[in-house]
Write a protein of this length. Structure first.
Ligand SMILES: Nc1ncnc2c1ncn2[C@@H]1O[C@H](COP(=O)(O)OP(=O)(O)OP(=O)(O)O)[C@@H](O)[C@H]1O
Ligand SMILES: [Mg+2]
Ligand SMILES: [Zn+2]
Length: 386
């Protein structure tokens, strides 16, 4: 908003500067924190796992942790190890990528082979300012054979005061000889609730009043990747408002929205096939995506089903109270069979549509069948043409 010059993406602006800010990955954070605290950091690490889950972020935290000027075992603030502090000179320089003893090498870039070849010459010098020289190799699976060989030699006889951190989304592409010389950490998809929590904190910092159900929806769509989640949040907030609602998120995601879905379901339920087809075509004409429509529809029906059975559905449905009430009202006249059959049919459609170039036709066929199903006498409901 108004930040044209030098604009930095949200996910970069809010990259964690201390371990406290990391979402999820507790199995990694706990061990590394402790190793930094007791001064027992190894010489080679491999961070593997899904994209956007914190590998590069935590590699930098580890680089800072071993070079941070604050804290450390002799000087503990508060209830534990404080390294990295995120604010001392070294931490800030590492954050800005200008600290002499930390090098980040992207294996996907051209000169990385030479970089690694030169590595061994470089390694004869001790760290200049920090306690350890740190080399972060990003996308390390892209290394050439020569680069791996050069790296392997240094890993076999690690020089003192050097730390290697290898990051990759494809650890299976690394030679076994490299794997076996690293402490390995597998990064996991981050839970939607954690991502939503992180987005909440970012929203507060940006002065945006974000509704919980809006963030929950965004977080679900991030599919475990914090970066994807933050990018989605970015798309929503750059569209202008200082508040973020579920409706806005639905719009940005290209989802049809609850009231459109409710009207569609209603037309199908009473067997007004033509009306249902027109409604779907209106959604698509507005630029909603077929598979999004199907997904949203399933989600809506799923909520309707839960509302029928669960006394306090708010606890298990990530929607606002008003939203839940609306769905409850709209679906009050639906039989459980109708809801179930519709969910089955749409789920199958969602699967089938994955590889089909004719999703729209398949969706229309499903609508025709669903509106027949409810009105051919197999379930309770108004008679056709009533
Ligand atoms: N666990 C996390 N906690 C908090 N923020 C995170 C986390 N993971 C990722 N992020 C956010 O996403 C951005 C990208 O994260 P990072 O570069 O660490 O991902 P990565 O795992 O290295 O991904 P890739 O495999 O694509 O290199 C960060 O700037 C940060 O804003
Ligand atoms: Mg990375
Ligand atoms: Zn520091």
């Amino acid at each position: 908003m108004g930040e044209q010059k030098g604009y930095i993406a949200i996910y970069r602006r809010f990259r964690p500067e201390t371990f406290d800010e990391v979402l999820g990955q507790q199995h990694v954070v706990r061990v590394l924190r402790n190793q930094i605290h007791v001064g027992n950091v190894g010489h080679a690490y491999l961070f593997s796992g899904t994209r956007g889950t914190g590998k590069t972020t935590i590699a930098r935290l580890l680089a800072k942790g071993v070079n941070c000027l604050n804290g450390g075992s002799g000087q503990i603030a508060g209830d534990g190890a404080v390294r990295p502090c995120g604010i001392c000179e070294h931490c800030v320089e590492i954050k800005n990528g200008v600290f002499v003893d930390v090098a980040e090498i992207d294996a996907a870039s051209n000169n990385s082979v030479d970089d690694v070849r030169d590595l061994r010459e470089l390694l004869v010098y001790p760290p200049q300012l920090g306690r350890k020289r740190v080399f972060i190799f990003d996308e390390v699976h892209e290394f050439s054979k020569q680069a791996f060989n050069a790296l392997l030699k240094t890993l076999e006889e690690p020089p003192p005061n050097v730390l290697f951190i290898l990051c990759t989304t494809e650890p299976n592409k690394l030679p076994q000889t490299i794997l076996s010389r690293c402490q390995r950490f597998d990064f996991r998809r981050v839970a939607a609730s954690e991502i939503a929590g992180g987005m909440k904190a970012v929203s507060v910092k940006l002065g945006i009043d974000a509704a919980d159900d809006a963030l929950a929806l965004l977080a679900q769509n991030a599919d475990g990747s914090v970066r994807d989640g933050m990018s989605l949040l970015e798309q929503c907030v750059t569209s202008g408002d200082s508040s973020l609602t579920r409706e806005l998120v639905l719009d940005v995601l290209g989802s049809p929205g609850d009231s459109a879905i409710a009207a569609l379901t209603d037309a199908v339920h009473v067997g007004r096939t033509a009306e249902a087809l027109v409604k779907v075509n209106e959604m698509l004409a507005e630029g909603k995506e077929e598979r999004r429509v199907i997904e949203e529809w399933i989600d809506w029906l799923h909520s309707a089903l839960l509302i029928k059975f669960v006394k306090d559905p708010r606890r298990i449905i990530s929607r606002s109270a008003e939203n839940i009430d609306e769905i409850g009202r709209a679906s009050a006249g639906y039989s459980v069979e109708f809801i179930n059959d519709s969910i089955y049919r749409l789920s199958k459609l969602f699967n089938d549509s994955r590889w089909s170039p004719h999703v729209r036709v398949l969706l229309e066929i499903a609508i025709v069948e669903m509106s027949k199903m409810e009105n051919d006498g197999s379930h309770s409901g108004p008679a056709p043409g009533a």
